[in-house]
Design a protein around this ligand. Structure first.
Ligand SMILES: NC(=O)c1ccc[n+]([C@@H]2O[C@H](COP(=O)([O-])OP(=O)(O)OC[C@H]3O[C@@H](n4cnc5c(N)ncnc54)[C@H](O)[C@@H]3O)[C@@H](O)[C@H]2O)c1
Length: 461
């Protein structure tokens, strides 16, 4: 079959957590589009072309196998991909800068810029370039300047189409999105390009859920969405600390508060804090922008969301220490879960990293268990001083342990035989449920000293 059976050729630059799954979904719903995903990492592309995909995401593999080799392709030939594509999605990483001006706050845009320069160098026909990566407001202006500099006669139209999917539910989020957002310049050619992308999404998303806006609103909306989500977590976590002091139960408070339709019940679950590659990075990005524009009180307001999250992780470890007679030196602690959330192997900015480091600093012996994230956990803790064992079996991780600290709410942790676990542990046996995921009363009845978040502890000692 020749390529001319396809109406358009799509290229996605960046085969990561966003690029791989989004293009898999597009290829499934748009058999009339030819989709290629490219990356600089040969290893990643090899894994996308194998049975051992580089990321875990429920439902991804089945969907990928339906289209790979038909209208979905993975390759390292970036230049050929650029030359042939009509629409180019840019989905490279945009981490927080770790050096120089703005270190620890601003976005490191080097991957975006390198990508733009490469597109310019290899494009021989007009293209639509879509920002899928999360970037600072007005980054499209920079991309536009790079693409249209010099004497290249090719015309580029830049669109912003931020990705709102959450890892762990990524496929579902992309298949039935609350909204798809497409921003463009409000010029005739900008609007025409925007309509091209609308046409693509209309293959499966109802038109009323495809929101269009100007470029800057679209870029900013992504940062604001993540900032608002993170802010809700910090808000409920701040109340959790108050609950622990006063005997109130954060779950009951959240239920009562969330019944107010103006507030709503979602994202009101107390825990050890938010993680993942986006929340902290995107809020810091917004804080940096606010500072740049001289809006210090606004920057300070959002900084509190991040500070509260750090406080919550510290508080979790302090609670462990206090309950365990102020020392965990040489005590075996079983960490249940390392991924930043269940149903993903992703550990980027996971609370487990910070909590592990704090516990290792207190000279505890850590046994880390997780169904999908042990490989990443090892990389995250490489070079950190201390005693760490990585154990896929939670029963073995807990054997002889003084305490269990549940950090990720994997469904399987609800269904473990806690009588068996309790019998195998040192006494008194402690359990710190950092996600309020387990049946605390049942655990207490078994004999555990149970410490939920934002609720009174249930203890025998
Ligand atoms: N992970 C999420 O849940 C999520 C959700 C929404 C938005 N985002 C945003 O999407 C973007 C991508 O995130 P991700 O999680 O997929 O990152 P990722 O690190 O998993 O993937 C990025 C990929 O880009 C590749 N890359 C970097 N520079 C390149 C270049 N010059 N040419 C070709 N490939 C290059 C890297 O090798 C890597 O495989 C980020 O801006 C992120 O903020 C992520």
């Amino acid at each position: 079959m020749g390529d001319n059976k396809f109406v358009k050729k799509i290229l996605c630059i960046g085969a990561g957590y966003v690029g791989g799954p989004t293009m898999t979904v597009i290829a499934n719903f748009c058999p009339d589009y030819h989709v290629t995903v490219v990356d600089i990492s040969q290893e990643k592309i090899d894994r996308w072309n194998s049975n051992d995909l580089p990321i875990y995401e429920p439902g991804l593999k089945e969907r990928l196998l339906k289209v790979r080799g038909h209208n979905l392709f993975f390759s390292t030939d970036i230049d050929k991909g650029i030359a042939e594509a009509d629409i180019i999605f840019v989905s490279v990483n945009t981490p927080t800068k770790t050096f120089g001006e703005g270190a620890g706050r601003a976005v490191d845009l080097q991957y975006i810029e390198k990508t733009a320069r490469r597109i310019k160098a290899h494009a021989r026909s007009d293209k639509i370039v879509v920002e899928k990566s999360t970037i600072p407001v007005r980054a499209a202006e920079t991309i536009d300047k790079i693409l249209h500099s010099g004497n290249n006669s090719v015309k580029f139209e830049i669109l912003s189409n931020p990705e709102f999917m959450a890892e762990g539910t990524g496929i579902k989020d992309m298949e039935t999105p609350d909204r798809v957002l497409i921003g463009s310049m409000e010029t005739p050619s900008g609007i025409k390009a925007r309509e091209e992308l609308v046409k693509l999404y209309e293959h499966w998303v109802p038109r009323e859920n495809i929101v269009t806006s100007n470029l800057w609103s679209s870029e900013l909306s992504k940062l604001v969405s993540n900032a608002f989500l993170a802010q809700r977590i910090s808000s409920i976590n701040s109340i959790a600390s108050l609950c622990e002091e006063t005997g109130a139960d954060v779950h009951q408070v959240a239920r009562a508060v969330g019944k107010d339709s103006r507030i709503g019940p979602k994202f009101l679950k107390a825990g050890v804090g938010f993680g993942g590659s986006c929340f902290r990075k995107d809020i810091l990005n917004m804080i940096y922008l606010c500072e740049h524009y001289g809006l210090q009180p606004v920057a300070d307001f959002w900084q509190q969301v991040v500070d509260l999250n750090d406080y919550q992780m510290r508080r979790f470890v302090q609670r462990i220490l206090r309950a365990m007679f102020n020392s965990v030196v040489d005590k075996k602690i079983a960490l249940f879960g390392f991924a930043f959330k269940p149903d993903t192997g992703d550990t980027r900015d996971a609370p487990a990293i910070y909590i592990s480091k704090m516990l290792l600093n207190e000279r505890a012996q850590l046994w880390i268990t997780d169904p999908h994230a042990l490989e990443n956990a090892k990389a995250d803790l490489e070079g950190v001083d201390g005693q760490v064992t990585y154990e896929p079996d939670p029963y073995k991780a807990a054997e002889g342990a003084h305490t269990i600290a549940l950090i990720t709410e994997w469904e399987e942790y609800r269904n473990l035989d806690y009588e068996r676990i309790f019998k195998s542990m040192e006494k008194p046996a402690f359990l710190f449920d950092g996600r309020n995921h387990l049946d605390h009363e049942a655990l207490f009845q078994i004999g555990f000293n149970v410490y939920p978040v934002g609720k009174p502890a249930r203890t025998h000692v």
